[in-house]
Design a protein around this ligand. Structure first.
Ligand SMILES: C[S@@+](CC[C@H](N)C(=O)[O-])C[C@H]1O[C@@H](n2cnc3c(N)ncnc32)[C@H](O)[C@@H]1O
Length: 329
């Protein structure tokens, strides 16, 4: 039984990391993956307790049932698994014997890591899982046991990743704890906490998340729908700011620098709505472009600005993540 499940998982893994997987095949692969995750874990995605979100200072952790459904976001799941696969391969090629991955917010299935157990030996990759939701933890522990994958997952802890203290330095930090425009969930404080504790060789997956402001018009053809004006926030190892990490550690609110757009640059095209676009680079060439996934759906901003207004826009972390807008004449 376990053997059959592992053969299926291996096929899913090869599909997800393949450079040429068409949309139809991707949809079949994800359907097969979702069924395998549910049947092997015994997780009940329809249960009421499973649907409850956990509210935290600085954002929320979505309920286990919603975390389970993330697998269905096709491009997200593929680009994260493929990016992670390439990040591990790159570290092995650079001479690392065993690549340690710290997976923050693994959900009920460790969805982004599981396929890699069929592509690498446990001597090549080791995953440390952290998750705040006890229902997700129960499920992921069951899944790993039922699939006989313990050798890849030596450490699984119930912890808040915004406060977690790292004891074994990872080579890769993996987290997908985000929604569009980095609102609601805790990707930014999680990455800030973890990155502040590791050296500069540690790789992030996603490598970079960028927010930009611009014009969105879904009535135009796909190539013209998005007209970016300016990026205003980046989450990456390069953009990491140690002083901000210290402020967050004290539990204080943070406002990131942002961008100022003058009135000429903000001139509105006919029919366009001002929006925030999210671009994700999971690793290398693996990207999730605006509107390709639920994580990158454009966020419509307040009604269009007055004629001749300029705009200051910035990302902030208070009780919840926020985007501050200030139109000026
Ligand atoms: C969007 S789901 C993704 C689940 C899974 N990693 C996937 O990609 O399919 C995010 C997960 O992170 C967990 N999470 C959110 N905030 C967290 C925190 N501060 N510490 C630990 N886990 C957190 C949630 O409980 C949820 O299981």
């Amino acid at each position: 039984m376990v053997k059959t499940v592992q053969i299926t998982l291996r096929q899913i893994a090869w599909d997800l990391v393949s450079p040429d997987l068409d949309d139809v095949r991707l949809a079949h692969t994800i359907e097969a993956y979702k069924n395998l995750l549910i049947s092997s874990s015994g997780f009940d995605p329809g249960g009421e307790p499973e649907k409850a979100d956990i509210h935290l200072s600085g954002g929320k952790a979505i309920g286990a049932a919603w975390a389970a459904m993330c697998v269905e976001d096709l491009i997200r799941t593929r680009m994260f698994v493929k990016g992670l696969y390439e990040a591990v391969t790159a570290r092995l090629s650079a001479g690392k014997k065993t690549v340690r991955v710290l997976y923050a917010g693994c959900g009920p299935f460790a969805t982004l890591a599981l396929p890699l157990t069929t592509l690498f030996e446990p001597s090549e990759v080791q995953f440390e899982l952290i998750e705040i939701n006890p229902l997700s933890l129960e499920s992921v522990r069951r899944l790993i046991r039922n699939m006989d994958l313990e050798s890849w997952f030596p450490e699984i802890s119930e912890a808040d990743a915004t406060k977690f203290r790292i004891t074994k330095e990872p080579d890769i930090i993996l987290s997908e704890t985000m929604q569009r425009a980095l609102l609601e969930e805790q990707q930014v404080p999680i990455i800030y906490n973890l990155l502040s504790q590791v050296g500069n060789r540690c790789v992030l997956v996603p490598e970079k998340i960028e927010l930009s402001v611009g014009w969105w018009n879904p009535k135009l053809d796909p190539d013209s729908r998005i007209r970016k004006i300016a990026p205003f926030f980046e989450l990456s190892a390069t953009a990491f700011d140690r002083a901000i990490a210290e402020t967050l550690k004290q539990g204080e609110a943070v406002k990131f620098p942002g961008a100022t757009i003058d009135r000429n640059a903000l001139h509105s095209p006919i029919g366009g709505r001002l929006a925030v676009f999210t671009d994700i680079q999971t690793y290398g060439q693996n990207r999730i472009l605006p509107n390709e996934s639920g994580l990158t759906t454009p966020l419509l901003l307040a009604e269009n600005p007055k004629e001749n207004a300029g705009l200051k826009i910035g990302y902030a972390l208070r009780e919840k993540p926020a985007i501050d807008l200030d139109f000026f004449i």
